[in-house]
Design a protein around this ligand. Structure first.
Ligand code: SF4
Length: 130
């Protein structure tokens, strides 16, 4: 695909297994970490934590990024859309107060496919840093 998913509009050549563009990621999702995250804003954490999924790469490339190994350092592994849906379900089964999708925009089509038609029992937070 020639990518124009985000306001960078860089037209990077991305395929499911070939990274490209400013975000430096393939079109299929790459995830660095999924966890119940206790240190997000209190309204996202609830009793057991935010259901955080940290996606690899980022279209912003801020110099001061606190997640640089993930956003710019290539940390993460590819997951299928069906595995991503399972991850969402596992976080909710663990008590997640929300699905906290961290730096998701460059994987928007795959994430929307994983979310499907819903409904999901918790809010979905598009944590894009923008
Ligand atoms: S999502 Fe990535 S490849 Fe697509 S326009 Fe934005 S920076 Fe470029």
């Amino acid at each position: 695909m020639t990518c124009a998913l985000c306001p960078r509009n860089c037209r990077g050549p991305r395929t499911p297994d070939r990274p490209g563009g400013v975000c430096g990621q393939p079109s299929a999702p790459v995830v660095a970490r999924a966890m119940l995250h206790q240190w997000e804003e209190p309204c996202l954490v609830g009793e057991h934590g935010a259901g955080a999924v940290f996606f690899s790469g980022c279209n912003l490339r801020c110099a001061y990024c606190q997640n640089k190994p993930i956003s710019q350092g290539g940390v993460g592994k590819p997951v299928s859309v069906s595995r991503l849906r399972e991850i969402f379900r596992e976080l909710i089964a663990g008590g997640a107060a929300c699905l906290d999708l961290v730096t998701p925009t460059h994987f928007a089509p795959a994430i929307l496919e994983a979310l499907g038609d819903g409904p999901w029992p918790v809010p979905v937070v598009w944590n894009c840093g923008g």
